[in-house]
Design a protein. Structure first.
Length: 279
């Protein structure tokens, strides 16, 4: 894989990780278009670009992350107690608990069904069908008018986590699934977008750790064969820069309720993908 291919893959990842159009689906399509057939070549680059998007989140949402950690270990005897005598959590601790609860479904899926899910990434038919499913979810969330909530509850966090777990399939947008589900539940738009981008950091790092473990078992020389460190660096930087831009853009779009445009895009790309695979 040369640096131009890595650049294109990095741009695809950076843009589509945050925009509700499925990064995994677009990476599969990009790999097909660029004629990248060796999954091991894609694995090393996939780790690099996914870590790059995590870095993008840390940069764009650093104020929210700093707020979270500042209050996470703050304990005050004045906090009200629950009916069971347990001291209630402050806002930051509740937020962190929501993130932990949202990780449970995707953690189970990742640990128990990782190999099964990876088999779907070679199927453009699955990508096409899942893109259409993403379009349907985004459309429902745009037209639905549920009762609005100010805060994301523990129950909502778990349901949003289930949506994230299902979105491991290529073509199902993670951000589209989590934000769309949250909108259907009536959660606050601005807080929902931030929560969606923060809740994905631990699973992405966990997946990267598992992939690195596989690469170590495979051998560094074999895992890096066919792609240079320079190409990996190009892909990382491209994903980081475009990720920063897409993250900021997506937060503003969610606030303004412009998700329907992405539903139309996913429907078009999904149909085109299915037509291509069936032709």
């Amino acid at each position: 894989m040369d640096w131009i291919q890595a650049l294109i893959m990095g741009i695809f990842q950076g843009l589509t990780e945050y925009l509700p159009v499925s990064s995994s689906g677009h990476l599969a399509l990009a790999a097909k278009i660029l004629n990248i057939s060796d999954p091991e070549k894609v694995m090393s680059l996939t780790i690099a670009v996914h870590v790059a998007t995590v870095c993008s989140t840390l940069v764009i949402l650093w104020k929210e992350i700093a707020w979270l950690f500042k209050g996470l270990f703050k304990f005050d005897s004045s906090y009200p107690r629950s009916p069971y005598g347990i001291k209630s959590l402050n806002e930051e601790q509740n937020y962190a608990l929501n993130i932990i609860v949202s990780m449970i479904p995707v953690g189970i899926v990742g640990l128990c069904f990782k190999d099964t899910i990876e088999e779907f990434f070679s199927s453009l038919t699955v990508v096409g069908v899942c893109l259409l499913a993403t379009a349907a979810l985004l459309s429902f969330s745009y037209f639905a008018r549920p009762r609005k909530k100010e805060h994301i509850s523990l129950k909502d966090a778990f349901i949003i986590g289930i949506a994230q777990a299902v979105a491991v399939l290529p073509g199902l947008s993670r951000s589209g699934s989590t934000i769309g589900t949250g909108l259907l539940l009536g959660d606050n738009k601005e807080k929902l977008a931030q929560f969606s981008f923060l809740m994905v950091i631990p699973p992405i790092l966990g997946e990267a750790a598992l992939n690195i473990k596989d690469m170590i078992e495979m051998g560094a020389a074999e895992a890096m064969a066919g792609i240079s460190p320079f190409a990996l660096a190009v892909g990382f930087v491209a994903a980081f820069i475009t990720g920063c831009l897409a993250c900021k853009l997506m937060i503003n779009l969610v606030k303004k309720g412009k998700m329907i445009y992405f539903a139309i895009y996913c429907a078009i790309v999904g149909c085109a993908t299915l037509i291509y695979t069936l032709a």
